[in-house]
Design a protein around this ligand. Structure first.
Ligand code: DQQ
Length: 503
């Protein structure tokens, strides 16, 4: 049974969404966004016959999380994207009647196969769909849901999101969950055919009572678990720590996956932006790179989002490797350099302790790459999206403190609207004795992604005077030398004009 891909009869709410989205000055131009409406998690990420496929949680009818479809886009370079027909539409009845929630794509002997969470009322159960050779048409399995209930002997807080892989002669799958009163977890299952699953047990369970502050608490449920080997000796288990209304941040364990369990070595924050890089998914591409996308949530009010006609940004694709300190190193894919235009080199040398506006670098679509040398106790600040009067500005700060390096983002003055999320963000910055700091800052209207010595920090900013907030400047406290400073204007990845909501 192929699902119905015709437009629903009442799409009046969707009228003008794409046009409004296109006019919004806060809409990123080189990050992937949906044509309009709502976007959240990356799904079904794969590099299939030389084409990257990015599916995503999509509501084409409104900028709100409701009856989620699977949107689909393709790219040959991870930079330019083509909208493809919507891949999954919630059924008129059945296990995914209220939404086709997150999942993955696997290659079942040449048959592209999706494993996703069907939503029906409050129930969320694993479903399967198979695709045409070009991954454009999807047929839901009549046997859906393929698992009829969460494990019975446990009080599960949820049962959704999937990580599926082939291991020897069998398929294995993790389903995100939590055990009430205990902590977040991922349930391990096994199957011969992706349709009949045997429950193995929890792969690893967090401790919800260990709430050591919001930054590394593992929550009461794990969303979007992603397990992969990063080198011969290290496996990585990424999850988005969740607790209704309080906690949404991505974390990862390094450790060893062996047999039916994951033995953790250490727990780390995946992105210092917290919920601004949520529910990530990764895949290994044909070049053996681990490529990861995450969802950059909104930081403005629901009313502002409703007016804008769109919401949710996909992060830039990141290459993930393992650093010498045992933590993940993240960087935007090198292909992104294809969008660089109008190169500006700012002279190297010691930084003044007074603020310097860089008149040669300005804009709201920028890629800035700096190497700094910080003496002990020094701090360097890069200001972006500054208005001429300095009233609106976003400040990226790197410091070399006696306690170690710190990367910090100040958004208190990013926009003047008091309803904007202005919470500062910070995290630990690995520094070697020479005090060298690589700082890459990608500004794309409301989307901001920062990478410093391999650590990422994603966030959203909404200047109140977006046309004027194009200034860039730099300052220092203490001894800071600019070793190199390069900046580019970034070309848009999409051609101008509204994109069809229902390609
Ligand atoms: N989003 C999906 C869920 C997942 C959550 C629903 C994470 O499958 O747990 O859109 O953002």
């Amino acid at each position: 049974m192929t699902h119905d891909l015709t437009l629903p009869s009442d799409i009046s709410g969707a009228e003008g969404l794409a046009e409004r989205a296109e006019r919004d000055p806060h809409r990123p131009r080189f990050h992937f966004t949906s044509p309009g409406g709502w976007l959240n998690d990356p799904n079904g990420l794969t590099h299939w016959n030389g084409v990257y496929h990015l599916f995503y949680q999509y509501n084409p009818l409104a900028p709100a999380h409701h009856r989620i479809h699977w949107g689909h886009a393709t790219s040959t370079d991870l930079v330019h994207w083509t909208d493809e027909p919507i891949a999954l539409v919630p059924g008129s009845d059945g296990p995914d009647r209220d939404g086709c929630w997150s999942g993955v794509l696997v290659d079942d002997g040449g048959v592209p196969t999706l494993v996703y969470s069907g939503r029906h009322g409050n129930r969320e159960l694993p479903c399967v769909a198979t695709g045409s050779a070009d991954l454009r048409r999807w047929t839901k399995d009549p046997a859906n849901p393929v698992i009829s209930a969460p494990p019975r002997d446990l009080d599960a807080t949820a049962f959704r999101d999937h990580c599926v892989w082939r291991e020897g002669q069998v398929w294995r799958q993790l389903v995100g969950s939590g055990i009430r009163g205990v902590g977040g977890t991922a349930f391990l299952y096994e199957s011969d055919d992706l349709r009949t699953w045997r429950y193995v047990g929890p792969l690893l369970t967090g401790d919800a009572s260990q709430n050591r502050g919001e930054l590394d608490w593992t929550g009461t449920m794990w969303e979007c678990v992603d397990l992969f080997g990063i080198d011969d000796d290290t496996d990585v288990l990424i999850f988005s720590a969740w607790d209704e209304g309080t906690t949404y941040h991505p974390l990862y364990w390094t450790g060893r996956y062996q047999g039916d369990t994951f033995t953790p070595t250490a727990l780390h924050r995946l992105d210092y932006g917290g919920r601004y890089f949520y529910a990530p998914q990764s895949t290994r591409d044909a070049h053996s790179r681990r490529i990861m996308f995450g969802w950059l949530q909104e930081g403005r009010s629901d009313a502002a989002t409703a007016r804008a006609g769109w919401c949710g940004v996909m992060s830039l694709p990141r290459v993930v490797t393992l650093g010498a300190d045992g933590q993940l190193v993240q960087a935007p894919v090198p292909e992104l350099a294809r969008l660089r235009r109008d190169h500006v080199r700012v002279p190297a040398g010691p930084l003044d302790n007074t603020y310097t506006r860089l008149h040669s670098v300005r804009g709201d679509q920028l890629d800035i790459e700096i190497t700094l040398r910080l003496a002990p106790g020094a701090t360097a600040r890069l200001v972006v999206r500054e208005t001429p009067d300095g009233a609106e500005r976003t400040v990226v700060e790197v410091s070399r403190l006696p306690t170690g390096g710190v990367l910090r983002l100040h958004r208190e003055a990013s926009g003047l609207d008091p309803s904007l999320d202005a919470e500062p963000r910070h995290g630990e910055l690995p520094l070697s004795g020479d005090g060298l700091v690589d700082l890459r800052v990608l500004v794309d209207h409301s989307a901001l992604e920062i990478f410093s010595n391999g650590r990422p920090l994603a966030a959203r900013i909404y200047p109140t005077r977006p046309d004027e907030a194009v200034g860039v400047g730099i300052s220092a406290d203490g001894d800071v030398t600019v070793e190199s400073f390069d900046a580019w204007r970034m070309a848009p990845a999409f051609t101008d004009g509204p994109r069809p909501l229902w390609p």
